[in-house]
Write a protein that binds this ligand. Sequence first.
Ligand SMILES: [Zn+2]
Length: 106
Amino acid sequence: MQRLYEARDRFEAQWLKDFLADHHIESVVLGDYLSGAAGDLPVNVFPAVWVVEDRDLTRARELLREFQHQLTAPPEGWAWRCPECGEVVEAQFQICWNCGAIREKG
Ligand SMILES: [Zn+2]
């Protein structure tokens, strides 16, 4: 098993895991549920995505680059207007900063 990527949070790790699964690469997320193991809150413990089969590592790294490109370069025009309060919310947020309404899909 090989460590592929240290994610910023468990959601990013899960996205990457799902993305790899879509390409038939088995992976696991480790390191995001260590709290309480030593009686202390974990500090700077980030979830890491590990590729189960060593032979998949090269392909997984290529997919990781694609994945990061998707994360860092969203298409233009994704800002959305909140249906509840009418505020414009930036693309990367799924919840209205003003009233807390959740972005509608589609
Ligand atoms: Zn709102």
